[in-house]
Unconditional design. Structure first.
Length: 221
């Protein structure tokens, strides 16, 4: 569902990435002088904001999609961009002051392993922060799609039903289950304007994301 080019991803979710990244970075209190890692960087929305704040040499990024990672590396020369899943990071322990992950935790095959790796590569006293969409209610761009899909087929794989780690309670439980004592959760809200229906619909019809994968799996009728 994410074996796509950077431009396709940008149209689908990338348009949210920079404002969401600014909110996540502010929430995590990431300041100049720190070294940060972006896990699941995609084409580099969060990575770019980190690089603006910290300088490219102080930023690293990882993603298992070589196609999206290549776009990140091309857009952000100087960033240490490496092809790797969150569950197996290619950096030594205690390397980063901050490890952040945007819209990734709920897609990990083993979120617990991902969190343990985040902790391993973070320096003592560092910060780890992640955000996911509130698929059930808050993410309106996806909610409109899945509500329509459910009208046609009540068994459609609605992300609001199938995605994990999409509420403050579930995220808090994930962190505390893996040994974090100081855990804070709060909402981050962003807003995007679409030029019209085609601007919103195009990424789905192109097969991007879980919604696009569902659409392209349907018989044409």
């Amino acid at each position: 569902m994410f074996a796509v080019g950077a431009e396709a991803y940008d149209r689908y979710m990338g348009r949210y990435s920079r404002d969401l990244a600014r909110g996540l970075i502010a929430f995590a209190a990431i300041e100049p002088g720190m070294r940060a890692l972006d896990i699941g960087c995609g084409p580099g929305g969060l990575t770019a904001v980190l690089a603006e704040r910290l300088g490219p040499a102080s930023v690293a990024a990882a993603d298992p999609s070589e196609q999206l990672l290549a776009a990140c590396a091309e857009r952000l020369p100087g960033v240490d961009a490496r092809a790797a899943p969150a569950e197996c990071l290619p950096w030594p322990g205690a390397t980063f002051d901050a490890v952040v992950s945007q819209l990734v935790l709920n897609f990990l095959p083993d979120a617990g392993a991902g969190v343990r790796e985040m902790r391993r590569v973070t320096k003592p006293g560092g910060v780890i922060a992640a955000c996911t969409w509130d698929y059930a209610e808050g993410m309106q761009m996806l909610r409109v799609f899945w509500d329509a899909a459910l009208e046609l087929d009540p068994t459609a794989p609605d992300e609001g039903r199938t995605m994990r780690y999409c509420s403050g309670t579930e995220l808090r439980d994930l962190w505390t289950r893996h040994g974090f004592a100081e855990v804070v959760t709060e909402p981050i809200e962003v807003e995007v304007t679409y030029a019209g229906f085609d601007d919103w619909w195009g990424p789905f019809a192109g097969g991007v994301g879980p919604g696009g994968a569902h659409y392209t799996s349907l018989a044409r009728a």
